[in-house]
Design a protein around this ligand. Structure first.
Ligand code: GUN
Length: 280
């Protein structure tokens, strides 16, 4: 039976460390979260981000904009937040309504306030290993791996998924820790064969319980980035937890694995942004 990697406990530890640092600061870090429209999942994420800020003692603002907001209006708000001394980090919740250009919005957020690390300057910095911010999900996965005492160096790492937000930066971070990294995706010809090579398997496919025990090498570390619903509407991951936990060496559950880490990493980035601006 695999060791269960407890994301809730590790996230609480990180948030506690941040809270202790913030208590000593004269000027609190500030995060602005923008949400456009009524997407129910996004509403929950944004509420949790604001709650996370409050818990660690940050200043926070949530800007709720109507569905029909124009790009001009959204960019004007970002510009105002870019200039605000109170605000160290800006996050615009994705996805945006169809009429808004995500790329233009990501590019408009000043790179030194881009606590999602989605701006091309920040993604480029990750590529060369000289970064201030890491995207929250891959950063959370790396923290789970390090807190569990797993050494990536020399390990065969397989990442399933090639998105700009998860798969690609995930692969770069594992590479920086000297893993030997393979990125798999929808056109990979023999996914099972690739997965069976993995000492560390990071799964971000978006399909409920897709990775079953026959994809996993005995003793492997399995990290499940998925957030899906099973046949009964219950929250689950991309990995069949019941079966895979019989063969893996360590595994993250869903819920309670990667999910809780993302907000902890957002808060970490916001604290760093405030420090870089000279807040003490
Ligand atoms: N939507 C889903 N995940 C994220 C995230 O990490 N950041 C932002 N801005 N939007 C998201």
């Amino acid at each position: 039976m695999a060791t269960i990697i407890d994301g809730k406990a590790i996230s609480a530890k990180v948030r506690n460390e941040i809270k202790e640092e913030v208590e000593k600061m004269a000027v609190k870090p500030g995060l602005a979260v923008i949400i456009v429209g009524e997407d129910p999942a996004s509403q929950v994420y944004v509420r949790n981000k604001a709650k996370g800020c409050e818990e660690v003692g940050f200043y926070s603002e949530v800007h709720r904009l109507p569905e029909q907001t124009t790009e001009e209006e959204l960019l004007a708000l970002i510009e105002k937040l870019n200039e605000s001394d109170k605000i160290d980090g800006i996050l615009c919740q994705l996805p945006l309504p169809k009429h808004l250009d995500e790329k233009a919005v990501i590019n408009a957020i000043r790179a030194d306030k881009d606590v999602d690390a989605f701006h091309p300057v920040n993604t480029g910095k990750i590529m060369i290993g000289d970064y201030d911010f890491l995207p929250c999900t891959p950063a959370g996965v790396m923290r789970l791996i390090s807190e569990t005492g797993i050494d990536v160096s020399g390990k065969k790492c397989v990442v399933i998924g090639r998105s700009n937000i998860v798969g690609k930066p995930m692969a770069m971070l594992l590479l920086q820790k000297n893993g030997t990294v393979t990125i798999c995706h929808s056109r990979t010809s023999d996914l099972k064969k690739e997965c069976l090579q993995a000492d560390i398997l990071v799964v971000a496919i978006g399909k409920a319980k897709f990775i079953t025990a026959d994809y996993v090498k005995p003793g492997a570390v399995v990290i499940d980035v998925g957030m899906d619903r099973d046949e009964n509407g219950k929250l689950c991951g991309d990995v069949d937890f019941a079966g895979v936990s019989e063969v893996a060496g360590a595994i993250t559950p869903v819920p309670g694995g990667v999910g809780p880490m993302t907000i902890a990493m957002l808060l970490t980035n916001t604290l760093k942004a405030a420090r870089l601006k000279g807040k003490k």
